[in-house]
Design a binder for this molecule. Structure first.
Ligand code: IPM
Ligand code: MG
Length: 368
């Protein structure tokens, strides 16, 4: 089998620390499961700006294009807050998503039994929760043109962005959503703002057409985004797969993350279109950011990144068994009572990023 080419982009802040723990697991896999990865590492975000004067160098992008999968930590931090807009760390992340064509962002929110009490919501509201938010990632308000800040003739300033989707963009994310729903409970909720925004009127029409022509076996419902935000905290278990516009998905996925106890628990996969061999460009990253307030303190929760690596094994390399092994190790370590600060609960043992990573590897040894 050809070596699996994996590009690691730790990024900034806690991205660097959590990626060290993922490397431990990759080493473990090479040693104990005989799965070798062809690893390389690069810079993205502020750390790339410091070295290359740009948050994503062309060579790094070329490496990402040539890799079978990219693992990313997080980008951003106060150090780079005052850079010109186009040099900001976040531009590197948005550029790599766009250039790699990663239009489908899978953000699963599952509540592990051991963490049902860690949520700020009542345990009965979140116990057993298992939903999938599918966020469109290369279009919508994040990328629409025209955009900018202009000075008007009278001296007033105007800031503007454009919410735009074409039918092919809606249909391709729609198909990913319906396919996901088909593999799960066959229920899909499309989230829009069709009472106000024409762009999402089209979104809704296309989703309905797709359901009627290609997915009659999947039940499709629609919800306005404000109501969806409310329903996510009121009764999240009513949902299974949700599909939505880029910015709506950004907001709803942070909201869903807190249902699971912490932003530190949410992995994600960003996938491109399948080529003739069914292969997709792919990038895996935790939903959380670079958390500058705790960066460098060995306090961050590495589990979202570790579970993002599990998603990588599942979606890029068809290694479901290994993905499940990692997920089982995470569950067991939490059951055993270890917690990073973000998910700390009374009576549990508060541990560092490093200790959490080591515990996962020890658990993998046991499970194997
Ligand atoms: C996310 C993040 C990014 C986004 C930022 C860092 C640009 O919030 O992945 O959800 O808005 O997409
Ligand atoms: Mg976000």
């Amino acid at each position: 089998m050809a070596a699996k080419k994996l590009l690691i982009l730790p990024g900034d802040g806690i991205g660097v620390e959590v990626m060290v723990q993922v490397r431990r697991i990759i080493e473990w896999m090479a040693k104990r499961r005989n799965v070798a990865f062809d690893l390389s590492e690069g810079l993205i975000g502020g750390s790339a700006y410091d070295v290359h004067g740009t948050p994503l160098a062309d060579e790094t992008l070329a490496d990402a294009m040539a890799a079978d999968a990219v693992l990313l930590g997080a980008v951003g931090g106060p150090k780079w807050d005052n850079l010109p807009f186009q040099d900001k760390p976040e531009r590197g992340l948005l550029k790599i998503r766009k250039e790699m064509g990663l239009f489908a962002n899978l953000r699963p929110a599952t509540v592990l039994d051991a963490l049902a009490d860690a949520s700020t919501l009542k345990a009965e509201v979140v116990t057993g929760l298992d939903i999938m938010i599918l966020r469109e990632l290369t279009g919508g308000l994040y990328f629409g043109e025209p955009r900018g800040i202009e000075t008007l003739p009278n001296g007033d300033r105007k800031g503007f962005n454009t919410l735009v989707y074409t039918t092919p963009e809606i249909v391709r994310i729609g198909r990913v959503a319906f396919d996901l729903a088909r593999k799960r409970s066959k229920r899909l909720c499309s989230v829009d703002k069709a009472n106000v925004l024409e762009c999402t009127v089209l979104w809704r029409e296309e989703m309905i057409k797709l359901q009627q022509t290609e997915y009659p076996d999947v039940e499709l419902t629609h919800m306005y985004v404000d109501n969806a935000a409310m329903q996510l905290v009121r009764n999240p278990k009513q949902f299974d797969v949700m599909v939505t516009e880029n910015m709506f998905g950004d907001i709803l996925s942070d909201c869903a993350a807190m249902l699971t106890g912490s932003l530190g628990m949410l992995p994600s996969a960003s996938l491109g279109a399948a080529d003739a061999d069914g292969k997709r460009r792919a990038l895996y990253e935790p939903v959380h950011g670079s958390a500058p307030d705790i960066a460098g303190k060995d306090m961050a929760n590495p589990l979202a990144t570790i579970m993002s690596f599990a998603m990588c094994l599942r979606y890029s390399f068809n290694m479901d068994e290994d993905a499940e092994l990692i997920e089982a190790a995470v569950k067991n370590v939490l059951k055993g009572g270890l917690r990073t600060g973000d998910i700390m609960q009374p009576g549990k043992a508060k541990v560092s990023t490093t200790v959490m990573g080591e515990a996962i590897v020890r658990e993998l040894d046991k499970l194997k």
